[in-house]
Design a protein around this ligand. Structure first.
Ligand code: THU
Length: 134
């Protein structure tokens, strides 16, 4: 049984690196590969707001750019700066990026160290548009 608590702690640590001077909403993510490696990411904002990238995509793109393509789970920890952590569901763009690289049973862990819930990609993005539709 995978220790998702450990993955959540990695996401929480990654959140410390969040660059979010505009929204002050800080997010960290930790992506677990099937081989047991962990890639972390944070949200990185930009004065031209649309250039912002979410924590989830930072972690996924780091991993893919290192040659990884076999993913098991992603933990996400987010919330407003200086406030207690709240559940931070992944945005639609990040869900679509997950669908490109991750299986339907890919686990998405939401919450914080004290309390988290485990979802599958299929639960969060049903009726997915993939390469099979092309
Ligand atoms: N954000 C993430 O990093 N992940 C999410 O799942 C939701 C939103 C970021 C993007 C932006 O920097 C800030 O949170 C507010 O939307």
């Amino acid at each position: 049984m995978t220790d998702f608590g450990f993955l959540v702690r990695q996401a929480q640590a990654a959140r410390e690196k969040s660059y979010s001077p505009y929204s002050h909403f800080r997010v960290g993510a930790a992506l677990l590969t099937r081989s047991g490696k962990i890639y972390t990411g944070c949200n990185i904002e930009n004065a031209a707001y649309s250039a912002t990238v979410c924590a989830e995509r930072t972690a996924i793109f780091k991993a893919v750019s290192e040659g990884e393509s076999d993913f098991e789970a992603l933990a996400i920890v987010g919330g407003k700066e200086g406030e207690p952590l709240e559940t931070c569901p992944p945005c639609g763009v990040c869900r679509q990026v997950m669908a490109e690289f991750c299986p339907k049973d890919f686990k998405i862990i939401l919450g914080n160290i004290n309390k988290f819930e485990v979802y599958t990609l299929d639960m969060l993005l049903p009726l997915t548009f993939t390469s099979e539709n092309l």
